[in-house]
Design a protein around this ligand. Structure first.
Ligand SMILES: *Cc1c(COP(=O)(O)O)cnc(C)c1O
Length: 357
């Protein structure tokens, strides 16, 4: 079989080492002779995985003692509701940077007053709005740091006069983050830190308990904080794979090291998109994501789209079809995607160009 280069947007490529270790744990968990999925989540062997995973999160992201990391089910989409339930008293402010941001806003609107302070919908979300005012009377400001579908990214921790909440589903652990600037950072694991089935939520502990409403037990972050994410049965296998993924990340030098590699990968691909006259990038240059690279055929070459899709597929490129809201192509180059994979895609674009000249 020819080598496959995986550019799936999520679930996505994970390190082979993590997958191999997970397979071993599926067969024989920590030498117990029992598969991890048959093991009690109250066993000391399981507890050691939970503890290790929590420690790795804290170490890799330099999470201060004011914050705790939780592992829950329900997907990032359920976090949209958690956010509003746990933080919205009178009013919430959102930055509308795409589909996921809009879905988060929708859930908040179901709970109370929620407004979009700025939007990039006018240009199909191909940029990050700037120069907007954050209302001081809002309970929090919600941002989506990486817009997976459109390939735009807020690459710096913004200064925010009110509590800041971020959906970091698709760029968590891809770059250093100053966690102390956020009251909550959350996301699904399946874009960069593990398989589908578990979410992470990094909460500022003292920011909880400020709303007056009744919060259903399972939707209250305090429930899970009090029980170390083991109030109910945790998604053991996804957490185990996440733990193995973080071990791998630590082994290659952590977030700071992978950030340098991610920048290199992104530059390699964007440089080719800018150089190759057959293609054009869709995201505003200053807001280009280092995780999801979106591009289309350039003007006059639109007719070549299907041909390039087939051409790339024949050369082992998997998952580069763009989201239907943008069209064209999207290469997701998350942490575990290697520079060799990106180089293979670049070579493929060059080869296609030479055939068309
Ligand atoms: C994928 C994604 C989500 C949704 O995640 P689910 O776990 O599928 O609910 C939310 N936000 C962003 C930025 C995403 O990329």
């Amino acid at each position: 079989m020819e080598k496959v280069h995986v550019f799936n947007a999520g679930p996505c490529i994970l390190p082979q080492e993590a997958i191999d270790n997970a397979i071993e744990a599926l067969k024989n968990f920590k030498g117990t002779g029992v598969s991890v999925i048959c093991m009690s989540h109250r066993s000391k062997e399981w507890e050691s995985v939970m503890n290790e995973c929590r420690s790795l999160w804290k170490e890799l992201l330099h999470i201060p003692d004011t914050h705790e990391v939780l592992f829950l089910g329900g997907g990032a989409s359920l976090q949209f509701l958690y956010v509003a339930m746990n933080y919205l008293n009178k009013k919430a402010a959102y930055l509308d940077t795409g589909v996921w941001a809009k879905k988060a806003l929708k859930e908040a609107k179901g709970i109370g007053e929620a407004v979009a302070v700025a939007s990039s919908a006018d240009k199909n979300y191909n940029y990050i709005p700037k120069g907007y005012d954050i209302p001081k009377d809002a309970d929090y400001f919600h941002i989506t740091t990486n817009n997976t579908i459109y390939g735009t990214e807020i690459k710096e921790d913004i200064d925010c006069p009110i509590p800041l909440i971020a959906d970091m589903s698709s760029d968590i652990m891809s770059r250093p983050v100053d966690v102390s600037k956020y009251d909550l950072i959350y996301g699904g694991a399946q874009k960069n830190v593990g398989p589908a089935g578990v979410i992470f939520a990094i909460v500022r502990k003292e920011s909880l308990g400020r709303v007056e409403r009744y919060i259903p037990t399972m939707l209250d972050y305090r429930t899970h904080l009090d029980k170390d994410s083991m109030f109910n049965t945790p998604p053991v296998f996804p957490i185990l794979v996440m733990n193995e993924t973080l071990k791998w990340l630590k082994g290659i030098g952590g977030v700071e090291a992978i950030h340098k590699i991610n920048i290199k990968k992104a530059e390699l691909l964007y440089n080719e998109i800018d150089r190759n006259s057959l293609f054009v990038g869709t995201a505003a240059k200053e807001d280009r994501s280092i995780m999801n690279v979106c591009f289309v055929m350039s003007e006059g070459n639109e007719g070549l789209q299907e041909e390039f899709a087939t051409f790339a597929k024949e050369r082992g490129m998997m998952g580069i079809k763009g989201h239907r809201f943008v069209g064209g192509f999207r290469a997701s180059i998350y942490n575990a995607c290697k520079i060799e994979d990106v180089q293979a895609l670049v070579d493929c674009m060059k080869e296609f160009e030479s055939l068309k000249r």
